[in-house]
Design a protein around this ligand. Structure first.
Ligand code: ZN
Length: 329
């Protein structure tokens, strides 16, 4: 992108893929303001009751940004292509901005990854759930006193993962049924869901609302039940992604921002596809071509991810607050 103008055209082509619209009223008629005094990329709504002015970043997390839009696009590229997330220190170095700016950009991008408007389809079929306390130094740090679990003040997260590759995660107050069930019902289609859980006492009561429910009792050394197909390995691997990101990338993150990091980790999980990967190709003595392949999960192409990320951008404007620098409506 030789100039910021090109970056603007790029963003307009994605966010307004279905035609330019006014972020204030949704009106489809607007005119370009091209006078000397107007900012680049400025439009005015033609609806009589609105007449609002806007640009491509109005009412998005990029609202009123002073940064070159090329830096924003680079930042999105970096976040979307990193496999475990990226710290604001590294991002600052890569983009040539200061750490505080990189930190805010990271949160703006995570805000784009959030599904607050509930546009994702409900999980269905086989859905595994699990919960865990997260944060703190890894267990393997020998000698370090690192209590885990109840009473440590560590935040708890609740995860649901469908075996078809979609997942959800939320910071929750505790692991009681009254806390977890309403969250789960927001995420799944209960009538078509087979719920897989561990032996936690919070789950049996939920059986009534689900099509069916199977458990594995970890305390009996049971981790998979071959008869029912019950296991929660998928949900556990989402949780381990979270643990690894919190320990390895996002050190000392504040609890008030944990949900945003969860949104990012779950985004990465949800934007993968199963692909057949040819691991070996050979020709037999008889001249027959053979190949050996496995099926693996790969991130979907970064441009496609960027498209999804930006299409929901309008309406996700962030405001600055005194305490944490950022707040959300
Ligand atoms: Zn308007």
């Amino acid at each position: 992108m030789p100039s910021e103008h090109h970056a603007r055209v790029f963003l307009e082509s994605i966010i307004w893929a279905g035609g330019r619209y006014c972020p204030h009223c949704g009106g489809l008629r607007s005119i370009k303001l091209a006078g000397e005094s107007s900012r680049p990329g400025l439009y005015q709504c033609s609806e009589a009751e609105c007449r609002g002015q806007f640009t491509i970043t109005t009412k998005t997390p990029l609202h009123a940004t002073k940064l070159d839009l090329r830096i924003w696009i680079s930042a999105m590229f970096i976040v979307l292509t990193s496999s475990k997330g990226i710290s604001s220190v590294v991002m600052a170095r890569l983009l040539g901005v200061n750490q505080k700016t990189a930190w805010k950009m990271g949160h703006a991008i995570r805000e784009l990854m959030d599904d607050r408007n509930g546009e994702l389809l409900p999980l269905e079929d086989i859905v595994e759930v699990d919960e865990a306390y997260v944060g703190g130094a890894p267990k393997s740090l020998s000698g370090a006193y690192n209590p885990r679990g109840k009473g440590t003040g560590k935040p708890m997260i609740f995860v649901a993962a469908s075996r078809d590759g979609q997942a959800r995660a939320r910071v929750v107050a505790d692991d009681q049924r009254a806390t977890l069930e309403p969250v789960l019902l927001e995420w799944i289609e209960p009538t078509t869901t087979t719920l897989m859980t561990d032996g936690s006492t919070s789950y049996p009561g939920m059986r009534k609302t689900m099509a069916s429910h199977h458990r594995v009792i970890h305390s009996n050394d049971e981790y998979a039940n071959p008869e029912t197909g019950a296991h929660v390995n998928t949900a556990e691997s989402v949780i381990s992604q979270v643990q690894r990101a919190l320990v390895g990338v996002y050190h000392n993150l504040g609890r008030q921002h944990l949900q945003r990091y969860l949104d990012e980790i779950v985004w990465r999980w949800n934007h993968r596809e199963q692909v057949r990967d040819v691991v070996k190709q050979w020709t037999t003595k008889a001249g027959v071509d053979r190949e050996k392949s496995t099926t693996i999960w790969k991130p979907i192409p970064v441009l496609d991810q960027m498209r999804v990320l930006l299409q929901g951008a309008v309406g996700k404007q962030m405001r600055r607050s005194k305490e944490y620098g950022l707040c959300w409506p």
